[in-house]
Write a protein that binds this ligand. Sequence first.
Ligand SMILES: Cc1cc2nc3c(=O)[nH]c(=O)nc-3n(C[C@H](O)[C@H](O)[C@H](O)COP(=O)(O)O)c2cc1C
Length: 221
Amino acid sequence: MADGGAAGTVRPVIHGLYDVIHRRRDVRAEFTGEAVAPDTLERILAAAHAAPSVGLSQPWDFVLIRSGEVRAAFHEHVRAERDVFAATLSGAEAERFARIKIDGVLEAGLSIVVTYDPQRGGPAVLGRHAIADAGLYSVCLAIQNLWLAATAEGLGVGWVSFYREDFLRDLLGIPAGIRPVAWLCVGPVSHLERVPDLERHGWRQRRPLDLAVHADRWGSR
Ligand SMILES: Cc1cc2nc3c(=O)[nH]c(=O)nc-3n(C[C@H](O)[C@H](O)[C@H](O)COP(=O)(O)O)c2cc1C
């Protein structure tokens, strides 16, 4: 870093990182159905596995799902859960939701279920004694690493959370006590939208950064 040529190489790297962060999208409709190359999959899993974790517990596992049968069974469940949510809506909101696609489970050839094992690295997990959720936060960081690495590789990722944990545990034979945290659809895409789907469909707008930043005390700008 200290050598004079470093600035020239570091800047494109920084630019590339921000570019990936802002290009990343949650993908539902744009999967082409093509396979993910094995070496690419290896790299995005290695990126996920490089995430920080409380007490170096690395409490995540990755279940790779290619079986059309398993994906179809999960998709049926997602459809039912979509109906459960839809039943809580009415009027314009219900109409808006009806137009929104919430998963690409059938379209993407690969899904990755990321799990959380609260026993991993225990019982004395350094940094988790006061905040039990710190283990779960660690899993989410692994997911974000995977998501950004996949985006950099030109792939799309879609996070599906319209499921009951017990259903997914049974479907995949995940042991009791281990939580499925995310079903991720992963694969090549035709393109990434510039604007999030929910914003494009008028469901919700992104919040300006200024409103999220507080100075010294909550509510003070
Ligand atoms: C924890 C979590 C769960 C999500 N679950 C779903 C889901 O079930 N279906 C879906 O279409 N999108 C899901 N998303 C994607 C969000 O809707 C999306 O991230 C958000 O609208 C912003 O869009 P962007 O990711 O393209 O920036 C989920 C995202 C997160 C972080």
